[in-house]
Design a protein around this ligand. Structure first.
Ligand code: GDP
Ligand code: ZN
Length: 367
């Protein structure tokens, strides 16, 4: 029997590796006060660690075994249940989501901001808005935008890395314990903001060892950065059009002002589309009504397309250039669960992964 697995948190992912920040001292007997602090280990991982097929995400609480202290390597052998998940960027255990939009350059696009807010809402965690580049608009317009977004149901703060406006208050908020995910379209100033709030970040990233060494401006993956003891910020690469949820009911639940209207006057029909039809408690004339309508159309069109797709290839799948019957998923899964049992028992099942990609990743039949 080897030593007990060590608890830690995944702070970055790349290919089949993850960087795990250990909860405890880097090495047995050390107090963690050395240059490495509480150690970070480059660990092998399986994309699907537990029985339900969950993938390891940044933010996940994991157990690390088979530690080679000199090479600073280990293997993830266990995954704790998550209390929340932000889908894109994928961040587990977020405690709040900060959606960032620029007041100008690029001009604030309420539809795009809404798409980010919808993604944020699906975590079930508190969501707040930060409006950047406040130096580019007259104060009255900045205030008007803040009031408008508060009308949508969001605590909203305007900031500027140029003038320093709002930075101190935001720094205090992000220093609260837990994980804050910062998201928003590229170019709104997320990197500038993080550098302004925590100038040491760049340094810390440069200190990352091994294969994960790279500047934060070249990163294509979400990473967690320490803002204060126990406080982490997830910074994500820019992507500009978050997907909408598949279910229209989930969509409605992502509009706080719609929910507020529903609480006052419920709709007559449970499957109401909240388009202000007779019997709809939400009614008309609310700010994001048009935006909600457009999102709803998109969600319904996607659902209809999925339905058509299913009717087309029922029971068959494409393999190369021919169709063949689908296997029973239970049959396909058995060999994987056998292997995974070894993983959960902490057996050295990951040895081969240090140099070769996990075959489960490249085998489309196992997805
Ligand atoms: P990211 O893609 O969200 O990380 O955005 P960046 O931090 O790379 O910033 C995009 C551009 O916006 C850069 O040219 C920054 O100099 C500029 N920028 C960032 N913050 C501010 C701000 O507060 N005011 C103004 N005027 N420009 C800013
Ligand atoms: Zn309704």
């Amino acid at each position: 029997m080897g030593p007990e697995p060590l608890p830690g948190r995944v702070v970055a992912l790349q290919a089949n590796y993850c960087l795990v920040s250990l909860d405890g001292p880097a090495e047995p007997g050390s107090d963690g006060s050395g240059p490495g602090g509480y150690g970070r280990l480059l660990c092998t991982r399986r994309t699907r660690l537990d029985k339900s097929g969950l993938q390891v995400c940044v933010g996940d609480r994991v157990l690390v075994a088979a530690v080679d202290w000199r090479a600073r390597r280990g293997a993830v052998v266990g995954l704790e249940p998550r209390h929340s998940l932000l889908q894109r960027p994928a961040v587990a255990n977020v405690n709040r989501v900060v959606v960032m939009a620029a007041l100008a350059e690029p001009a604030l696009d309420p539809l795009q901001l809404t798409r980010f807010l919808i993604t944020a809402e699906t975590t079930g965690q508190p969501v707040q808005v930060v409006l950047s580049k406040a130096d580019l608009l007259p104060a009255a317009q900045v205030l008007a935008w803040c009031r408008r977004l508060e009308g949508w149901g969001y605590a909203t703060a305007a900031v500027s890395t140029r003038s320093g406006k709002g930075l101190e208050a935001l720094r205090r908020q992000l220093a609260a314990p837990g994980i804050a995910a910062l998201c928003g379209p590229s170019g709104v100033g997320k990197s500038s903001l993080l550098n302004a709030l925590a100038p040491a970040l760049e340094l810390r990233v440069a200190a990352v060892s091994g294969r994960l060494r790279r500047g934060r401006h070249t990163t294509r993956h979400v990473e967690l950065f320490p803002m204060a003891p126990g406080a982490l910020v997830a910074d994500s690469p820019g992507f500009n059009t978050p997907a909408l949820p598949a279910d229209p009911q989930t969509l409605a639940a992502a509009f706080p002002e719609l929910l507020a209207r529903l609480r006052v006057s419920p709709c007559r029909f449970a499957d109401c589309r909240h388009q202000g039809d007779p019997g709809c408690g939400v009614g008309v004339g609310w700010d994001r009504q048009g935006i909600y309508g457009r999102c709803l159309e998109e969600v319904e069109a996607a659902a209809a397309a999925r339905c058509r797709g299913r009717q087309g290839d029922r029971g068959l799948r494409q393999r190369g250039d021919r169709l063949e019957p689908l296997l029973d998923p239970q049959l396909r899964r058995s060999s994987r669960s056998t292997r995974r049992q070894g993983l959960e028992q902490g057996l050295p099942a990951l040895d081969g992964d240090l140099s070769s990609p996990d075959p489960e990743d490249s085998d489309p039949d196992l997805r």
